[in-house]
Design a protein around this ligand. Sequence first.
Ligand code: ZN
Ligand code: ZN
Length: 379
Amino acid sequence: MFDQDHIAEAIAWRHDLHRHPELGFEEHRTSEMIAGLLAGWGWRVHRGLAGTGVVAQMGQGAPVIGLRADIDALPIVEATGAAHASTIPGKMHACGHDGHTAMLLLAARQIAAEGVGQGTVTLIFQPAEESEGGARVMVDQGLFTQFPVDKVFGIHNWPGLAPGRFVARDDKMMAAFSVFDIEILGKGGHGAMPEQSDGVIAAAGRTAAALQEIPARALSPLEPGVVSVTQIHSGSAYNVCPDRAVLSGTCRWFGAEAGDIIEERVRRVAAAEAAAQGCTANIDYQRRYPATINSAPEASLARDVAAEMGLDTAMTGPSMASEDFAFMLNEVPGAYLWLGAGREGVNPGLHSAKFDFNDAVLPAGAEFWVRLARRATQG
Ligand SMILES: [Zn+2]
Ligand SMILES: [Zn+2]
């Protein structure tokens, strides 16, 4: 579909973005580059939603399709050794959002060259996907009231699937998530005289074990859910019983009821385990992203387009990881899609310091966007 030199240029944009990663809401250089290229191809460009967001439109009237790419990087020290490795210490594109951005730009160039016959194509370049919820901020600031769309789509490269695979589930795609910090407080004392202090360490250990049992015992065995304690901080000496411990972690689920049950149980278990050891617990529990749930007609459209390209659309998943595209799917019908992007041999996962977007799948991702835009704007 694309000229070879256009593909080479898109890969060069990807490498340039990779060399200059920017964290959530700080994607100024990235945003500048995207807006400049789009304007040069004749897109109507709007900037400023969520600060660094870029929205661009081509065509007129209904139907309107929205295509979204995330643009932010992660606070990770890169260890790929690639020629295009990050030049900014402690920041890297370890989730492939550089690839998502380049894919949508390559598609935008092609769509502009072909023209939009009927309806409107709306491109959404979204900041801060990684745990900050840039999608929510764009929606709250009027994304879909200023730029109404009939359907919206997002793609993530998926290193767990081989190139040529493409997944568009009809419903559950990615889980909802929360984060929690539990501070356990009690009386500290001499390590040789436990009877004179409260059981802060025992409470922390029992709480960690009990929290992780919640999905197994409080949810139906048919209902997915996860509680992971990922940090425990306490103590400073061999012979001192500490007076404070902090546990932190994350919960995942799909159904609204499961989310309520998990939160209530986390609070109850932490309070009860602390009390059993003579301690108190301060619980900070924050819900972050809702579940990413596709609508079936849009998922089916995406599979049709992928199949027309010869991609294998066999279903797999869902994933218990989370994605802030959920905030857009809460507003508008649409689908979140996985593009197989694994590598032969060593294949680091998303968020690994050795992860590097697989450029070999960039043209397929862009071609999917162009074909989807053609199909969706035909009405
Ligand atoms: Zn990520
Ligand atoms: Zn990502």
